[in-house]
Design a protein around this ligand. Structure first.
Ligand code: TXA
Ligand code: MG
Length: 331
């Protein structure tokens, strides 16, 4: 019988497949189970309003090391810490008046603040990859809020994708990329914003936009009452979002295309014939929410992707930032 023969002829080492347990998919009413896994030092992916995060106990260096291992992430990339509210953030960073004003206006929400680590912060050194500052945010998603509160401490979480790949906006994206390397994913449907948080550096003399994201820079400028400095390409690398080819799909990407060339898939914006449309009505919020989902779907077809022009205002700035990185030559 075939099975018996196989039993006595083990596969050559190169053909041998190790079957790793795949991640649990937990429902929103299983938050306590997800929190217990975090407390054990395990990796749990969870939804935020921006993208799914790959969470670990931020005070447990071993658990945080697991994040870098699972993502295959360069170790110089520090992580964002997620807390339940502003009071908890103040336990970990040196708070400022500007931080207070912005937190009051935009937390919980898609804004990450970079501030100096406070003495006695309790955060594992690996989280900040040696930097004296910490990126911290209070997510608005109810599932993220419940998880952080049930866990009862700070949760370190990068986006839950293999390093350099498209960020996940559904639990299926997470499982496709990391399903054999994490304990669980808390599944609460697609992420409403669809773009990572806006990162603002408050650790220098003036606020600096380190990464455009789900909170439009214009909203920050209005709250600050001043135009924002933007981190330039030759500034020291503090955000991997600054690596040129970050967020790359496997397929090549061509931007500002008015029409597809033969063999290309076309990602549209506004009313136009295309394979997938970010927003047929030209709505940037809808386009942001669809961006990574559509890139995942087109990427799965294994053909080059052409993308229609996107206006460079509001959320369009973050969308264009991600698209430029998707299109950058690979290093
Ligand atoms: O929306 C988001 O921000 C998502 C969700 C899960 O919260 N997270 C996310 O994390 O996008 P990640 O790891 O993919 O990107 C974190 C960014 C990186 O570009 C990192 O370099 C930057 O935050 N970052 C972290 N700590 C920093 C620090 N101390 N100074 C400057 N940038 C920092
Ligand atoms: Mg990321």
């Amino acid at each position: 019988m075939g099975q018996a023969i196989l039993h006595f002829q083990p596969a050559a080492p190169s053909e041998r497949r190790v079957t790793l347990p795949s991640a649990l998919r937990l429902a929103p009413d299983q938050t306590d189970r997800a929190a217990a896994l975090l407390a054990q030092g395990q990796l749990v992916a969870f939804p935020t309003e921006t993208v799914y995060g790959l969470g670990a106990d931020a005070t447990n260096g071993q658990a945080v090391a697991g994040i870098y291992a699972a993502k295959g992430r360069p170790s110089f990339n520090p992580l964002i810490v997620h807390v339940a509210d502003t009071a908890e953030a103040q336990d970990h960073v040196d708070w400022t008046d500007t931080a207070d004003r912005l937190a009051a206006a935009f937390w919980p929400g898609p804004l990450t603040l970079v501030l100096p680590l406070r003495e006695g912060h309790g955060i594992a050194a690996l989280v900040t990859a040696g930097l004296p500052t910490l990126a911290i945010r209070v997510p608005a998603h109810p599932a993220a809020q419940r998880l952080i509160r049930a866990f009862g401490g700070p949760v370190a979480a990068p986006s839950a994708n293999p390093s350099g790949r498209i960020s996940p906006t559904t639990a299926d994206h997470v499982l496709a990329g990391l399903g054999d390397r994490i304990a669980a994913v808390l599944d609460d449907g697609p992420c409403p914003v669809g773009l990572e948080s806006t990162i603002l550096g408050l650790h220098g003399d003036a606020p600096v936009l380190l990464r455009p994201g789900g909170l439009p820079a214009e909203a920050l400028e209005a709250a600050l009452g001043q135009p924002l400095a933007v981190a330039t390409a030759d500034a020291p690398l503090t955000a991997p979002g600054q690596l040129a080819s970050h967020y790359a799909p496997a397929a090549t990407v061509r931007l500002n295309a008015t029409a597809p060339r033969p063999g290309e898939l076309f990602l549209g914006f506004g009313p136009m014939p295309c394979d997938l449309n970010l927003s047929a009505s030209g709505d940037l919020t809808e386009a942001a929410a669809a961006l990574f989902t559509h890139l995942h779907a087109l990427n799965a077809q294994g053909k080059p992707i052409a993308v229609a022009p996107i206006p460079d205002t509001g959320l369009g700035r973050a969308i264009n930032d991600r698209l430029r990185r998707a299109a950058a030559p690979r290093g």
